[in-house]
Structure formats: C-alpha cells, structure tokens
Ligand binder design. Structure first.
Ligand SMILES: CC(C)(COP(=O)(O)OP(=O)(O)OC[C@H]1O[C@@H](n2cnc3c(N)ncnc32)[C@H](O)[C@@H]1OP(=O)(O)O)[C@@H](O)C(=O)NCCC(=O)NCCS
Length: 184
C-alpha cells in the first residue's frame, strides 16, 4: 500500500541519498546541495516555510519517495508540483501514480488549491505519462528552458485544475485500489 505522510527532520538522510541518485538527479532541473550540511539546511528551510510543503511517499510503511508543493502562499491558489520515487525498487510499479492521486487530494481537498502545475523535461516519459493519467494537461512547450549538466533542455509545462481532478478522481482511485496500491 502507498501512503503519504508529512515530512519530518529525520527523513533528511533518505532525501540526501535519493536526491543524489543518478536516475532521480537526471530529471531535476536544479542540482542538489553539495554538502550534507547544505542539504540539512535546505530541509530546515522547507520545514519552516509556509510557502512549501513536503510529504514522504511510503510503500508498505517504508519511505520510498518525496513529493513537494511550492508557491502555497501566492494569491492565485496554485502550486508547483515536484516529486520523485527515490527507492529504485519502487519505481515503475505504480507507486508514483498512487502517490500522485494522494497528493492531488491533499492539494485540492486539503489545501483548497485551484491549480497544480509542473515543469517536466520533454524526454521524461514516466513523469509525463503519470501526469497524463491523472488528468494533467499540456499547457506549453518551453524550448531550452533548463540548463542541466551543461545541456539546455526542453521542458513541458503541464497542469491540472481542481474540477479536472474531481472528474477523474474516482476512476483513478478505483484502478489504484484494484491493484492494491491504495485503500479502496
Ligand atoms: C516519475 C516517477 C515519479 C513516476 O513514478 P513511478 O512509480 O516510477 O511510475 P508508475 O509506475 O506509477 O508509472 C507511471 C506511468 O509512467 C510509465 N512509466 C513508468 N516507468 C517508465 C519508464 N521508465 N519509461 C517510460 N514510462 C514509464 C508507466 O507505464 C505509467 O504510465 P501510465 O500512467 O500511462 O500507466 C518516477 O519514475 C521517478 O521518480 N522518476 C525519477 C525522478 C523524476 O523523473 N521525477 C519527476 C520529475 S518531473
């Protein structure tokens, strides 16, 4: 079963390892903090920042990934979505899709947001497919938008509105529950 729980300080060690994992880092537009001290300062900043909120994705109770919303204090009731499944054994098995459904419930029902958006590297098939399955729509194609490891990368802008998730939610949750990924 997949679940989301609030990020706590003690999760810092998981995040430090996951964020450096090449299969995660290659899809992130920014670089991780260089030192462990820098990383823990980033966690402290996140935990005390009303503009951002982080959750740990758990897989049968074990930490497997991270989901963050940023921009929560802006006046437009929209937030940016960022996520990864850090545990390599958990990737490609529906954990991301399940975490996404739980995260969208938190964003729309829990936090009362209107819109969630994400920037995804144009060749990140897994992320683009997962977002499309939940009902995210493509809103833009941003050429040479991110400089990653010395290469300018194209980025796809995707977003979902609260009513679009409401229309999709039951079908998505039913399919995830049928695969024993979330509780029915
Ligand atoms: C993107 C990510 C969160 C998706 O989570 P996941 O648990 O691996 O994905 P799921 O098993 O839930 O599958 C989601 C979709 O991606 C597809 N998919 C999974 N792995 C894939 C791969 N390696 N290549 C292409 N498609 C893939 C699945 O078939 C599924 O498609 P569907 O929704 O049309 O059925 C995860 O792969 C990840 O953390 N990747 C590295 C970091 C990253 O890319 N983060 C997002 C940055 S925008």
């Amino acid at each position: 079963m997949i679940d989301l729980r609030d990020l706590v300080r003690e999760d810092g060690q998981h995040l430090f390892a996951w964020r450096r994992e090449p299969e995660v880092n290659r899809w992130m537009s920014d670089q991780p903090p260089e030192t462990e001290a820098g990383h823990f300062a980033w966690i402290e900043g996140l935990l005390s920042d009303p503009d951002r909120r982080g959750w740990i994705v758990t897989h049968n109770g074990a930490p497997a990934g991270f989901l963050m919303l940023s921009g929560l204090t802006n006046c437009n009731r929209r937030a940016e979505w960022g996520w990864y499944i850090g545990d390599p054994d958990a990737r490609g098995r529906g954990v991301g899709r399940a975490a996404q459904a739980l995260g969208l419930d938190k964003a729309f029902d829990g936090l009362g947001l209107e819109k969630i958006w994400a920037e995804v590297f144009a060749d990140n098939e897994a992320a683009l497919k997962a977002h499309a399955t939940a009902g995210f729509r493509r809103e833009g194609y941003l050429r040479a938008h991110a400089l990653k490891d010395g290469v300018f990368r194209d980025v796809v802008l995707v977003a979902i509105l609260t009513e679009e998730w409401r229309a999709r939610r039951e079908a998505v949750r039913k399919s995830l529950a049928g695969s024993n990924l979330i509780a029915a």
